[in-house]
Write a protein that binds this ligand. Sequence first.
Ligand code: HEC
Length: 125
Amino acid sequence: MKLIQFPRALTALSLLAGLILAAPLALADDFELKGDPEAGKQPYQQQCASCHGNSGKGDGPAARAFNPPPASLLRDELTAEHLFLVTRDGGMAHGLAPTMPAFNRSLNEQQIHDVVAYLVSLRDE
Ligand code: HEC
């Protein structure tokens, strides 16, 4: 009986380990930008432009007051997921400066998607 149970427990354990290891990867793969760039323009201009600049290049009127200053949000290496997460959770939650505020209270999830879609659309201009 014990001989049968042991491999079973092992199988269950390795399945569990597999699930735990796969979960973060699955989450990363799951991110899908579902924003409307047109709808994101107004919240961006209202809530972000003072620091990040009208065109997202990090040249807003308040930018020089910050150290580090807000960098351009149009850099190719910034994934949509990164833009989304930092906007929602704030800089501190993602190893960046706490002067980048969290917007999870002032913008809902859809609005954050819209703002990110707007930022991605600015890259092409
Ligand atoms: C009060 C000023 C301020 C406002 C308002 C602000 N940010 Fe920021 N943001 C910053 C600063 C400062 C940084 C730089 C943090 C760092 O590099 O450590 C930053 C960084 C970021 C980053 C990370 C960029 C990178 O290089 O990884 C994203 C994304 C971002 N902001 C998005 C937004 C969006 C979208 C809005 C509007 C919803 C917004 N921010 C509003 C100050 C601001």
